[in-house]
Design a protein around this ligand. Sequence first.
Ligand code: SF4
Ligand code: SF4
Length: 314
Amino acid sequence: MPDPRTDAITCGDTEDDAKVDPVTLSRRDFLTAVGMAAAGFLAGCSPEVREAYLQKHFLELSPPEVEARLGRLHADYAKRFGTQVQVSALPAQPGVVFGYALDLSRCIGCRRCVYACVKENNQSRNPQIQWIRVLEMEKKKGIDFEAANPYYNPEQVPDPEHFYLPVACQQCRTPQCTRVCPVGATWQEPDGIVVIDYDWCIGCRCCMSACPYGARHFNWGEPEVPAAELNPNMHVLGNRPRPRGVVEKCTFCIQRVRAGRYPACVEICPVGARKFGNLLDPESEIARILREKRVFVLKAELKTEPKFYYFYGI
Ligand code: SF4
Ligand code: SF4
């Protein structure tokens, strides 16, 4: 059966990539090219296959259609993981734009944020996907991405010669990733969170090529999340288990923050290096940090305008 999500490969492919994914047709191409013949083909298919080809973009769904999609996801995940899950489609709240700040003077490079993020967001254990990377950098060189080491493994952290710079999706105000997506499968929500419709993504990886922060990850294999470790509190545009052949990334823990909670990485950080809140609320901690500290963003010259800020608290 053709998989509409692994079709139409263009951006970022190498010769080896092309061998991994057979080039067939995208969902739209399929419907256009096959035309009336598709009707006959689909009539003979299972309801799941028909739905895969005929479903709408998430933003085009009516409220009852959203409910229907959530219902199908509940049933699918219950069958797959043998447990009840809650998939929400909680929308952005008016008057909220989320922002993040990271105190580089506090981070000790322990990677607890990485592991908490994997668990909270149902990231694949095998093949391993991690939305947060912590980069080790030499104090004497300062911020230098060329010389950064994401694979550091000393006896203990922090290493006195180094500092640590965690990176994930920067939730850009002018994201390059959304501009290049050929099918509009990724977009910025009103609260500033850049999301992906996993049912609409065709896996072309254009967004990965366009992102200057290496923040997006592709599911080359069938993602593996042990049933016993599944986080059953999910958002349809966030941490619900992804299929093979789609791109994923940090969503500021959309399933938590839209329900008034902190992202998992903020909660777990043992030294309070991570700050989060509503940029539009002048009383929020994030707004105060932006007012009072000398914050900076990564690769500012690219004009992506991240809503992820770094600062030195001391
Ligand atoms: S949990 Fe906090 S201290 Fe540890 S690596 Fe992440 S940001 Fe740094
Ligand atoms: S960091 Fe990359 S993936 Fe995240 S919004 Fe910016 S361009 Fe898109």
